[in-house]
Design a protein around this ligand. Structure first.
Ligand code: OFO
Length: 173
């Protein structure tokens, strides 16, 4: 059984994962409309994975005697300044998510909730991968700069940047 404090904190994380899914979905749609089909595909997949992260939390809360709350989401932005800005936002967002996961882990230790602490370890590793991937993408984009041919190749090959884990075309467990 989880304490109401942990239940509330986990539901906050449900909201954050749902927001992540929503934001990446909006980014995917913007990229698709702009003809960047590789980037769009990558972001659609990423959005699906965030939904899986949300579901996994929601089900855990229910399993542990709490109530997983389906949150109200605010509308994500419609447009982005450019590809570099978009992926910088992805990186910043993932850094924020990692910080929130770490806070949750800390709360579990304080509450002596070792079951939830154990459950959250999957998210801790997931965040290491997601941040690393977003950084790798930003490094590539910095190298490409304003080169249109480089951007064409980036859009074509972005799926191959993803190596095993998340946003790599395979759903999270
Ligand atoms: Fe759920 O990993 Fe990104 O946000």
């Amino acid at each position: 059984m989880i304490s109401s404090k942990i239940e509330k904190a986990l539901n906050q994380q449900v909201l954050l994962e749902a927001e992540s899914s929503q934001i990446y979905l909006a980014m995917a749609s913007w990229a698709e409309v702009g003809g960047l089909s590789g980037i769009a595909e990558f972001l659609f997949t990423h959005s699906d994975e965030e939904r899986m992260h949300m579901l996994k939390l929601l089900k855990f809360i229910n399993e542990r005697g709490g109530h997983g709350i389906v949150p109200t989401l605010k509308a994500p932005p419609l447009k982005y300044k450019g590809i570099k800005e978009l992926f910088q936002e992805v990186l910043d967002h993932e850094i924020h998510v990692s910080a929130e996961i770490n806070k949750l882990v800390e709360s579990c230790l304080k509450e002596k909730d070792y079951t939830t602490h154990n459950f959250l370890q999957w998210y801790v590793s997931e965040q290491i991968e997601e941040e690393a991937l977003a950084r790798k993408i930003m490094d590539k984009l910095k190298l490409i700069g304003d080169d249109k041919a480089g951007m064409y190749i980036f859009d074509r090959d972005i799926a191959s940047l993803a190596g095993g884990g998340t946003a790599k075309g395979k759903p999270a467990e």
